[in-house]
Structure formats: structure tokens, C-alpha cells
Design a protein around this ligand. Sequence first.
Ligand code: FES
Ligand code: MG
Length: 570
Amino acid sequence: MTELKLRSRDWFGRKGKDGLIYRAWMKNQGVPAHQFEGKPVIGICNTWSELTPCNGHLRELAASVKHGIYEAGGFPVEFPVLSLGETLMKPTAMLYRNLASMDVEESIRANPLDGVVLLCGCDKTTPSLVMGACSVDLPSIVVSGGPMLTGKYKGADIGTSDVWRFSEASRSGTMNMEDLEMAEAGMCRSNGSCAVMGTASTMACMVESLGLSLPHNAAIPAADSRRKVLAHLSGMRIVEMVKEDLKLSNILTKKAFENAIMVNAAISGSTNFVIHLLAIAGRIGVDLSLEDFDLLAKIPLMVNLQPSGRYFMEDLYYAGGLPAVLQELRKELHTDCITVNGRTIGENAAKGVCYNREVISTLSDPFNPISGVIVLKGNVCEDGAVMKPACASASLMQHVGKAVVFENIEDYKARIDDPDLEVDKDSVLVLKNVGPKGYPGMPEVGNMGIPKKLLAEGVTDMVRISDGRMSGTAFGTVVLHVSPESAAGGTLGIIQNGDVIVLDVANRSLNVQLSEEEINQRKENKATAIEHTDRGYVRLYVDHVQQAHLGADLDILRGKSGSAILRDSH
Ligand code: FES
Ligand code: MG
């Protein structure tokens, strides 16, 4: 066998003082020289953290990855990176996605690594790892933590989407505290990420459809022993990928992104998919635009999972997992895209088998002919806004209503249940200052709850518009990611109570009935001071974050610097 040109040899293969330092300090962990010298060194980039409960089992999974790496003749080194816990971090985990990606990028490049296994799960942990890894572009493979088992409550199946239902039920008085506590106890009853097609599962499907993971990575439950087998096999495979020099940029072509967009429509993935995929494309250097998400995704809803449908991730796996979806979509996909296992996505899809048509439909007889992401344009959102039609009400797709405006989320919380709030079922709720710069960090508050007095009347959905995001587990006729955002001078910022808003989904438009003159006049009179902090990461973020239609990455992070290091450390 010809000797591999390994990047790590520039450390461990050195003669003299430097080589002595590099090798001697590795040996303090009880590693004999033969175990790492001359072998592919594989980093296991781990987002394990007890503050990211969805990733709390990733050290166990890393052990399985290590077994696989050793078995294939590599040397594994596990390292931690900033882990983003969706549920606990304030003001929003999204504020730190780009920071985590910087940690990942620099940690990979600065160290003696030949390839990387990316261990992730909870929402932002997946894009932050993929974004950072793309900017280095070594051979890399993703292993997701897998979804939780389906939640249980009073004999019924529950999941994260029920958080919204239960909280509306408790606000309207139809669910008492005791029941709420029982639901809380049965909601997250195993390791893993949210059990519905929320953002975490959407991201796991995204990496599988991009070709960045082994088949079935998306859906095997965290608690299923086959998740560990997949981790083991991924560890074996990354060693081969290093030998083949199969890098991220070989896999992440424009066609691969188009495949991911089509699959996202078939599964009715989270709207967060849009923002993260745009950011990943920006890192690897693929030209992707917001419009692509609407134009390319004429794919119906084929997966009957909450929040668009009925079932849970566990059911998706038992029904055949993502390969069964890919198999059904084969005629639509770019089947020649290469994936991490060295085979094409078409070859992987050919092995997919559906065991349950209640959960995965055929392409010709789908659960809902409308799915994917709709991209709206108009004077409210010159650079675009998005909505998820499979989660919206058909009766609101064509809607004219008067704006009820909230200046920020605190204003919304203070007034939404005020019995004197002038609002009816046709009103359009408008929330400002929850965009990337305005909040800052673009929190998941776009699916504002409906006013209590309308809930009591039986209203279950209203048109809601904001420059924020919404949880992938949420639903409703919710227009999100309005760009430019209100805090960056967007028209959203000058909308007032009573202005008439026209949503026309068929024509992909969202407008406020105001003349250009009036809009400009109001913009001139509007003070646009963003006051957050004068130092640290948040300052860097606010100064450099791009608008939602570009993926909300920092402008200074777009693109890649590769894996070369120009200077030595000693
Ligand atoms: Fe972590 Fe849903 S909160 S995956
Ligand atoms: Mg979320």
C-alpha cells in the first residue's frame, strides 16, 4: 500500500523538538506510539453537554464511534465544542449558532486531524457543526444523536408540538395544572432530540439527504441499539473517507442542496431549514438563494409526522426511515450525487423500503399536495419572507386584515390577553424587532399565541407576521423571517395598528396597503437605534450578522479558509 499523505503527519511525523512535544504529550493519556503514529487521526467533534439535554447521551455514542475508528485502523480523539441547548439558552440558541461554528472551524483546523466525525442532535448543534466543518473542508461525516421515543400522556402519544396545544389549553382553562405536570413528565421520556419533525429531526434529514451521513441516520431513535451500530459504522467509514480524500466540498454540490430542498418538502421540515441551509451553502461556496426553496420544491407532503401530520420520528424509522422516502422520490432527485458511504444518493435510495403507507406515502398519492416552503415578496418583505403551507390554514391563504402591532415581544406579552385589545379573528398580528439584529439573535417567537378572548371564541389560527423564526415543532398561518427586518430599516418596522395587510399565497405576495410615499415618510420619521451591548460576541454578532434571506451568518464567516496552517506553534 502506498503511504497516505496525512495532514496529522505534520505533527506526529516531525523530527526534533516539535515532534517530541507533539508525541510526548499525547502519550500522557496512555496511548502507545503505534496507536497514532502513521494512522489517520479522526476528531470526534462532540456537542455533549448536560445543558443540552437532547445531546446528553453523545459521549456514549462517541464510544461507539471510537470502536469503529480503531477497528478501521484510525486513531480517534474526542473534543468538545460549544453546545447549544435549544430549551435553556437565553435569549435564544440561534444567537450563538455562528459563535459555535467559529469554535468548530478553528478547533478542527488548529489540531492534527485528518478527518472529523460531527456528533450533534439538538437544533442548532447540527448547522453550527456543518458550517464550521465546511469552512475547513476535511473529510467529515455526521452522526446525529437520534430522536427521543414518542412521549406518553394518559394513553395518548405526545411530542414537542403538544407543548403549543397544552399551553393554549391551559391558558383557555381546559387543562389543569395536575394534567399539565403529567404531560410534562411523559413528554421527554428517553435520550434524544424532539420526537416530531421539528428542527432537530429536520436537520438530521437534511444531513442524510445532502449525503453527509450514512443511510438511516435521520430516524433511528436515540434509545435504539441500532443508533450505536450506525455510530460504529460511521467511525469505520470516516477512516476510509480520509484514505479516499472524500471531502465535504466533493459531496456538497449545488445538486446535493437541491436534493435536500426536495426532501425537506416531502417531510415538511422546519422553516429553520431555510436559514441553516443558506448559511451552509454560503460556507461551502454554493450559490443558493431564498427563491430556490420555493421554486425547487414542488414536492408534496409524503411523511405523516407532527406538526404537519400525526406520527412521530420513531414511527418514521419503523416505516422505513428516510431511505424509504428517498426511494419514493427517486425520479425527482439528482441521483448521481455522491454521499459519505462512497455510493450515490440514488444507490442508497434504491435500498429504501416502505413498511407502512400510513406514515410514508407514495409520491402519487401524498398526504397533502402542498408542502415545502413558500417564499413571499412584497412591500412588507422586499428581500423575502417564508411560510410553511402544510402547517397553515387553507382559509387564511388569501387574507386581508387589519394589523394589530406589537413593538417587541415584551409588548406582545404585556397586551395579548388584555380584554380591551382591539383584535378579532380577521386581524393580522404583527410582531417587530425579533430579527437577527433587533432581538438580537432571531428567536423562535413568530408563532405568537392567539389572544385569550379569541381562543374562548374557538379561534384556532390567525395570520401572524414577524421578522423572527418559529420552532420547527410549531404550526399555524405564520409568516416568518421578514427581510429586511424591522430593526434594519425594513417596512415591517413602520406598520401601525389598523394598516391593511394583504396576504396572497397563490401569488406569493405580502403587502401593506400604503403608498410608497407614506412608507418613505414614516421611515424618515422613525428612530432606528439598536442598543444591546458595546462589547464581546454580541457586539460582533450585531455588527456583522446578515439578514435572514442570506442565512443570518456573519458576513466575515462566509466562505472557507481550508485546512492549511501557515505558521508553527513552537
Ligand atoms: Fe433539543 Fe428539540 S429542544 S431537539
Ligand atoms: Mg427550536
